[in-house]
Design a protein around this ligand. Sequence first.
Ligand code: PLP
Length: 373
Amino acid sequence: MTGFREAVIDLAAIRGNMAHLRTVIGTPHTMAVVKANAYGHGAIPVALAALAGGADWLGVADIDEALALRDAGIDAPILAWLHDPDADFSAAIDDDVTLGVSSARQLQQVADAAAELGRTASVHLKLETGLSRNGVHEGDWAAVFALAAALERVGLLRVDGVMSHLANASDDDDQQALACFERGLRAARTAGLAPALVHLASSAAALRLPSARFTMVRLGITLYGLSPFADATSADLGLVPAMTLRGRVALVRRVNAGAGVSYDYLWRAPQDSTLVLVPLGYADGIPRQAAGTALVHIRSENYPVVGRVAMDQFVVNLGNEDPGVAVGDEVIVFGDPTTGAPSATDWANAAGTINYEIVTRIGHRVNRRHING
Ligand SMILES: *Cc1c(COP(=O)(O)O)cnc(C)c1O
C-alpha cells in the first residue's frame, strides 16, 4: 500500500530524462543541478541517477550541499557557486569541490585556503551578465582576471571554467547577456586564462537557445521531468515527471447541503456531498493559495480541493454522487499527467507560482521513497 504521506521519486525517470536531454542538447559536458535537496527529490539518489543517465558534473548552490554529496561517496566533479561571506573554502578544496567565484574577495579567500592546505583550488569564474545577482561585474573583469591569472601562475588555483546565468526575461535580453558573456570570455583569454568549461545555459536556454550551450549546460527543472516553458508540457519535451506526491484517504464523510468546510468556511457544500480528508497540508508544501482551484486524483478521477488548506490536511469534494471512495484509498496530489493525474505545473497554476516551487517546497514530514534505483 502507499504511505500516509509520501513523495515517490522515480529514479528511472531521472536517468531517462538526463539521457534524453543529453541526446537533444549534445554538449560535451552536462551538469545535473541537485541544489536544494535536488529540488525536493533527494540529492543523493538523484545525483547517482543523473550520473547513471550520463551527466558528468553535479551542481549545487553552497559548499555544505557539495560536502554532503562527497560524504555519500560521490566522487564526480561538483561545482558550488553561492558562498557565505565566511564560507569554509578549505573543506571544499580538501574535498575536491570546484568553486564558482564571483569577486576578487572570494578569489583571494580561495587562494588563501589553498595556500594553507598546500593544494591547487579549481575555480569557475562567474560573470555578471545582466541578472544583477552574484558574478563579477564587467567593470571589474580586468582586475579580477589579472588576479586570477597571477594566482594561477603561482599554483594556488586553476581557472577551469567561466560561467554566467541568464534572466530568461526575453529573447532580446538573453541575446544581450550572451553578447556580454562572449565579451567576458574574450577578456578572460586576453588575460591569459584558458577555461575548458564554458557554461551559461540552464534548462530553458539549453533547449531553446543553442548559441548559449558552449561546452556545458546546467540542467535542473528538466532533469526532474518538468517543463520550464508555459507553452510546452513535459511530454512535449520528451520528459517524464519524476515526483508523484501522494497520500491516503484518512476519512470519508457525507455532509448536507450548506455544511461549512475547513477554517473560515471559505466553501460551503452547495448540495449534499461526499467529502474526503487528505493528510497533507501547508506544512508539507501544499500551497494554501491553491484551495478552490487545484485538483487531486482518486480512483481514476480528478476532484477539487475545497475550503482552506490547513497545516496538516485538506478536504476534497467528491460531489453528490458517491463514487465508492473508501478510507485508505490512494490520493495522487500530482504526478505524471499522462496517467490522468494533475501535474506539478497544474498545482503551480492553481497557486499562482511555478512548478519549481511546488516540488522544492515539499516538507520534511513527507517521506521520499525512491523507486527504480
Ligand atoms: C538553479 C540553477 C540552475 C538550474 O536551472 P533550471 O532552470 O532548473 O535548469 C542552473 N544554473 C544556476 C546558476 C542555478 O542557480
